[in-house]
Design a protein around this ligand. Structure first.
Ligand SMILES: N[C@@H](CCC(=O)N[C@@H](CS)C(=O)NCC(=O)O)C(=O)O
Length: 202
């Protein structure tokens, strides 16, 4: 397998999951400003939308969409229960949280807060929406260590996206349980390994 990623982008979640299941995989870093790979070739030839993550399987097929890739990677090692068996309440809870992170967090942050040309009024509306979502997460995480009970791929995804608050100067002090949750996820060896591999920690 080969993971196309950009440091600290949403692809970090898939990177973490690959480490969690002990998968054998290569990585290729993508420069998202130029959509080029390290050898100067165009990433758009591989991923026409220009987005990371992209996972190339050993059969050569290429797949995208973080939430789908996280489900696939979790299924590579069912014994770790990072998603749960199909048809179970655990599976439903994890996929529910994956969809929530994708649509209510990831695609609220991105692209609005990353693009300099975003109007101030849009920025304010986005930050208000995120504040509502963070408050909801904070209330939940006051009673449970992870989103769906035990640790799951939804936590790798939520950790990756909520951590962008740091880069964007959104304080998490009003959300102590959410902050404690990020620290819990960050302490996992797989998270540390993926962050080191992306050059985020030395
Ligand atoms: N729908 C995609 C969106 C992925 C996405 O937004 N990736 C961002 C990085 S977090 C990206 O590659 N942006 C580059 C660009 O907009 O050209 C998914 O959920 O995986």
């Amino acid at each position: 397998m080969k993971l196309y990623y950009a440091p600290a982008a949403c692809s970090l979640a898939v990177h973490i999951a690959l480490h969690e299941v002990g998968a054998r995989f290569d990585t290729a870093a993508v420069d998202l400003a130029t959509h080029q790979l390290a050898d100067g070739s165009s990433y758009l030839d591989i991923a026409p939308r220009g987005y990371v993550p992209l996972l190339e399987l050993d059969d050569g097929t290429r797949h995208t969409e973080a939430a789908a890739l996280l489900q696939h990677v979790a299924d590579l090692d069912p014994a770790q229960a990072l998603i749960g068996e199909p048809g179970t309440a655990r599976r439903l809870a994890v996929t529910e949280w994956l969809a929530f992170v994708s649509t209510e967090l990831h695609k609220v942050f991105s692209p609005w807060l990353w693009h300099k040309e975003t109007a101030d009024s849009t920025r304010r509306a986005v930050k208000d929406k995120l504040a509502q979502r963070f408050a909801e997460l904070d209330a939940r995480l006051a009673h449970t260590n992870f989103l769906a009970g035990d640790y799951s791929v939804a936590d790798a995804y939520a950790y990756t996206i909520v951590s962008w608050s740091d880069y964007l100067g959104i304080p998490l002090t009003p959300y102590p349980s959410l902050k404690a949750y990020l620290a819990r996820v960050a302490a996992r060896p797989a998270v540390q390994a993926a962050r080191r591999a992306e050059g985020l920690d030395r």
